[in-house]
Design a protein around this ligand. Structure first.
Ligand code: C2E
Ligand code: CA
Ligand code: CA
Length: 581
């Protein structure tokens, strides 16, 4: 075919290379791009292999037809008119075209058409199309888009898409003043399932929960997974608040049904918070925040329930935020202080140590007790820094006591509470050793009070950490003993020195035979494994008498002394009779 492109191809170059037409034809025939040549009137005169493969037609089938057999019907007249305008004006066109394969499938392609003139017959015009199949590219684009907006595990919309949708719903509802609700659903104790049964089971559970949630919602509602164990539902077109309550109850019931996963029968409860547009927020951000607050309220009041957002929750949240800011400042400026409560040996009646308890210093304003700031510290993770600070202050003060009473306070120990959160920090061992060393104390002077939850949470690493601490000389005491749910087998897995009978049992010694039985059992269990038992919260002589009677070794409580400031403690110690002989 004696063709010449519109571009100025030099004649000499062409004739220089022998057999060029043959080579060129081979190249065209085997090019990876599809190539189609038609006459001016549209009759197909040539199609290369790639084109035939793409379109599904054989050479014979295509020859003599026009590209109309390829049309998908997806483009309007204007599209083709533009194409022809460009071809007649510039002699070229390119763009994306949806075409139809022989089997009927429609697919996207990138097409570049060039007008070719036969130099020997001026009015003999051809059109050559280079075609690239975009099916894969489009598919990848779509997949990327899908992935950016969906959670890969459950295939539900992610936080991003959820917020987009919520904004759309807000806009739509705003125009019509229509009511809708945002439901914030958080699983109770999901972390525990993940930790104890492994992430595979956790993943299976999340998938099943998503399935059930989608089932509970109506077709128009959007169910999303916006965080690890956090789901949301946008309930559109709500007429009455009762409807929302009905969906919430249905979600609760449906999710509470047993799950059998990986050979386990699991039960899950959820906490649900609800915010209603427009009264609980007029923007997507506020609605989500308020639904979250309402959910949080359910968590705080016993979980496994649902709650609507109210203004008082908002005030509570603001107060909490205020507390958090103040607390952060108090830690940063090292203003948190410790008070100290004496620990008494029940046989000698002497003070054998003291427990450091964190206090919010009145000097920096609004006073809050540990009951108020410890939960905030735990939730924000600041408890780790707080424990370190209290440890530093307590060790310095203990060193002071030992210096004042040189020789007589050798066995005097300071106990420090160590939150479970410290387990997550790899440096805790190094930190504690450094603090103790820097104050000139020995780890033997320090007892660490941990609760049973430290063991439940992460058995292997907890045992390793507690063993290392003990090898370095620290003693370990189990605080609030008897209130956790853990198995007792851990008692033999690492070196504990003391079991602390929880205050709730001590409180009930006078009224509850069970409390007396439990206290007695704890003491004999401690003695059975050669460690000591201490009772906390001892407030009256009857309790003391009973504890003495069952052989309890030590006690602390208001009966002897409330937690004291450093000055108060120093004064008590100065009476002398408190220290071991
Ligand atoms: P806990 O470790 O069980 O501390 C004992 C609590 O009982 C202390 O409350 C103490 O003041 C109180 N108490 C002692 N004797 C009596 C008594 O006879 N009667 C009554 N009614 N109460 C008594 P506090 O200081 O309010 O601390 C509460 C909890 O806060 C502590 O319980 C502990 O879990 C936590 N906490 C306190 N300081 C720290 C700390 O520095 N670090 C960590 N991680 N937690 C701390
Ligand atoms: Ca304690
Ligand atoms: Ca306790």
């Amino acid at each position: 075919m004696p063709l010449k492109t519109n571009s100025t191809l030099e004649k000499e170059t062409v004739t220089d290379v022998k057999n060029l037409p043959d080579l060129a034809l081979k190249l065209v025939e085997n090019a990876s791009e599809g190539i189609l040549i038609t006459k001016k009137n549209g009759t197909i005169v040539y199609a290369n292999n790639a084109f035939l493969q793409m379109s599904g037609y054989s050479f014979e089938e295509a020859l003599g037809q026009t590209p109309r057999i390829l049309q998908s019907g997806k483009h309007d007249r204007e599209f083709y008119r533009d194409m022809w305008d460009s071809l007649s004006f510039y002699g070229a066109w390119q763009g994306e075209v949806w075409n139809r394969r022989k089997d009927g499938n429609v697919y996207p392609q990138r097409m570049a058409i060039t007008k070719l003139e036969d130099p020997t017959h001026q009015d003999e015009v051809y059109y050559a199309s280079m075609v690239h199949d975009l099916t894969k590219v489009k598919h990848n684009e779509e997949e990327l888009l899908h992935r950016a907006y969906h959670d890969p595990l459950t295939k539900l919309p992610n936080r991003h898409l959820f917020m987009d949708r919520l904004e759309q719903v807000v806009n739509r509802a705003g125009r019509k003043r229509a009511k809708f609700a945002v439901m914030f659903i958080d699983l109770d104790n999901f972390k525990h399932i993940n930790d104890s049964l492994g992430h595979d089971v956790g993943d299976m559970l999340l998938k099943e929960i998503s399935r059930r949630l989608v089932h509970c919602a109506r077709d128009v509602d959007t169910v999303s997974r916006i965080g690890g164990d956090e789901f949301t539902i946008i309930l559109e077109g709500v007429e009455k608040e009762e409807e929302i309550g009905i969906v919430a109850s249905r979600v609760q019931e449906r999710l509470a049904e047993p799950y059998s996963l990986g050979g386990n029968e699991l039960y899950v409860t959820v906490s649900i918070g609800i915010a209603i547009y427009p009264e609980n927020g007029e923007t997507a951000v506020n609605l989500l925040k308020n639904a979250d607050l309402a959910m949080y309220h359910v968590k705080e009041t016993g979980r496994n329930n649902f709650h609507y957002f109210t203004e008082s929750l908002n005030r509570k949240a603001i107060n909490r935020m205020e507390l958090e800011i103040q607390f952060r400042k108090a830690i940063r400026n090292r203003e948190m202080i410790a008070h100290y409560q004496p620990k008494i040996d029940l046989r000698s009646g002497r003070m054998i140590g003291m427990e450091a308890l964190a206090r919010w210093p009145e000097s920096i304003g609004k006073f809050g007790g540990p009951g108020e700031f410890i939960p905030v510290a735990e939730q924000t993770g600041m408890i780790v820094e707080m424990d370190t600070l209290i440890m530093e202050k307590a060790c310095l003060f203990t060193k002071e006591i030992k210096r004042m009473f040189s020789g007589r306070a050798e066995l005097f120990k300071v106990s420090v509470n160590l939150s479970t959160k410290n387990l997550d920090s790899m440096n805790i061992l190094k930190n504690l050793i450094a603090i103790v060393g820097d104050c000139g104390l020995n780890p033997r002077d320090v007892e660490l009070e941990v609760t049973e939850s430290i063991i439940v949470r992460n058995v292997e690493s907890a045992i390793n950490l507690l063993n290392s601490l003990s090898r370095h000389g620290f003693s370990i005491s189990i605080d609030d003993f008897g209130t956790g749910y853990s198995s007792l087998s851990y008692l033999t897995k690492f070196p504990i020195s003391v079991l602390k009978i929880d205050k709730s049992f001590v409180d009930n010694l006078g009224i509850e035979p069970n409390a007396r039985a439990i206290a007695k059992a704890i003491v004999s269990m401690a003695h059975g494994i050669n460690i000591k038992a201490i009772a906390e919260g001892v407030e009256n002589p009857e309790q003391l008498k009973f504890l003495r009677g069952i052989g309890c070794d030590q006690m602390q409580g208001y009966l002897f002394s409330k937690p004291l400031s450093e000055t108060g403690m120093m004064e008590l110690v100065q009476t002398g009779r408190m220290l071991p002989r």
